[in-house]
Design a protein around this ligand. Structure first.
Ligand SMILES: Nc1nc2c(ncn2[C@@H]2O[C@H](COP(=O)(O)OP(=O)(O)OP(=O)(O)O)[C@@H](O)[C@H]2O)c(=O)[nH]1
Length: 364
């Protein structure tokens, strides 16, 4: 009797806007990567991430909205079990799974779920944790967000994205930071997600060296400047207990959760030309640094294709036209993830997009 081999699962993580989906899309276009089932965890109700992953429509599984740390256990277990059932009945054919986490996810609970869930452990094996770090904003993000530190500390591979934008001084500071947080993981550099596929898979042999104690040591060596407890908010490493599984049991939640607010809007009517530009310029000028992430699919009045716009703090990419609308309707959808806003203020900020040009100028 042949024992079925466990399906490798790669965890693709990295802070908001670091370049995870860009890397994933590169992998999905690469024949050498094999057949991949993708699990995407959304942040924000408008469900935009799903539409931004290319080429794998029927194999992309969308998980419930919210933070992967909170929702992961039951949802991940159900999602992977369902993928397995569909594979066993021949409805889906895939060689490996990639889970793209939200940018605020702590990889600890996902790792834990894969290791100990009795439904999953016999069928899936963690191939590796791939963490994407933004070459330009990465060092600052690591200073500010414990989630970003956990993502780097647990990585088997670190992919430094956006090298095309980075200055030497940015990358030197970042590399020093990464040396302290995770001296073990090999680093790759990526421009627009282009990396050799072989370097991202078969990482499990490296994992033997990653005990909870290693991660504890690296995180302790690189505390958040403003935090007395360098481990605050991380995935339970602060409370080591006997045995591996106990030591990685999540014990607390994000230290900065109460600073991060998300809001989304769906607008059925086309947005008036100029309104979006004016709104964006005003938002960036007023609070650019706190707009951790903005994603939008927009229907601008008088234009046929939908436009995708990405923003990461004050850095916004030029709008990219999509060939087709991802859904039958032409509803614009905008997701914002911001720091130090009240929910009311962030919701109101998005409501401005429903206004006509004269109203917007008066409002902002
Ligand atoms: N210049 C440049 N831009 C990049 C690169 N990689 C990604 N980007 C851009 O960075 C923005 C965010 O990229 P995504 O791949 O969506 O980032 P993400 O980590 O999936 O974002 P979230 O899922 O929201 O956390 C997009 O506008 C990308 O086009 C790169 O190597 N160079």
């Amino acid at each position: 009797m042949t024992v079925p081999t466990a399906i490798p699962v790669s965890l693709l993580t990295g802070f908001l806007g670091a370049g995870k989906t860009t890397l994933l899309n590169h992998l999905l276009r690469e024949p050498k990567a094999g057949r991949i089932a993708v699990v995407v965890n959304e942040f924000g109700d408008a469900g935009l991430d799903h539409d931004l992953v290319e080429q794998a429509a029927e194999d992309v599984v969308l998980m419930a909205a919210g933070c992967i740390c909170c929702s992961i256990r039951g949802d991940l277990s159900r999602t992977l079990t369902s993928l397995l059932a569909r594979r066993q009945t021949g409805m889906l054919d895939f060689d490996r799974v990639i889970i793209e986490t939200t940018g605020l996810a702590d990889p600890g609970p996902v790792h834990h779920t894969l290791l100990v869930d009795p439904q999953l452990a016999p069928h899936f094996t963690l191939d590796g944790i791939i963490t994407v770090v933004d070459a330009v904003l990465g060092a600052d993000t690591l200073d500010q967000h414990s989630e970003a530190q956990a993502q780097v500390a647990m990585a088997d591979r670190i992919v430094i994205s956006k090298m095309d934008r980075a200055r030497r001084v940015d990358t030197q500071a970042l590399k020093r930071r990464l040396d302290r947080l995770n001296p073990r993981a090999t680093r790759l550099q990526a421009n627009h997600g282009a990396v050799p596929v072989e370097a991202l898979f078969h990482l499990s042999p490296l994992r033997r060296e990653t005990g909870p104690q290693n991660v504890m040591d690296w995180l302790s060596a690189a505390p958040l400047p403003q935090s007395k407890d360098p481990l605050a908010g991380l995935s339970g490493f602060s409370v080591p207990q006997p045995g591996l599984t106990a030591a990685i049991e999540p014990s607390s939640h994000h230290a900065f959760d109460n600073r991060i607010v998300t809001a989304s809007i769906e607008i059925e009517e086309p947005i008036a030309p100029g309104v979006f530009d004016f709104w964006l310029e005003t938002v960036i000028a007023a609070r650019g640094a706190d707009m951790l992430r903005m994603k939008a699919i927009l229907h601008i009045e008088g234009t046929a294709p939908p436009y995708v716009i990405h923003g990461v703090q004050h850095i916004f990419e030029p709008p990219v036209p999509l060939k087709t609308w991802p859904h039958k309707d032409r509803t614009s959808r905008v997701v914002l993830i911001a720091r130090d806003f009240s929910q009311g203020d962030l919701d109101h900020c998005l409501d401005v997009l429903r206004m006509r040009p004269k109203e917007v100028v008066a409002e902002m």
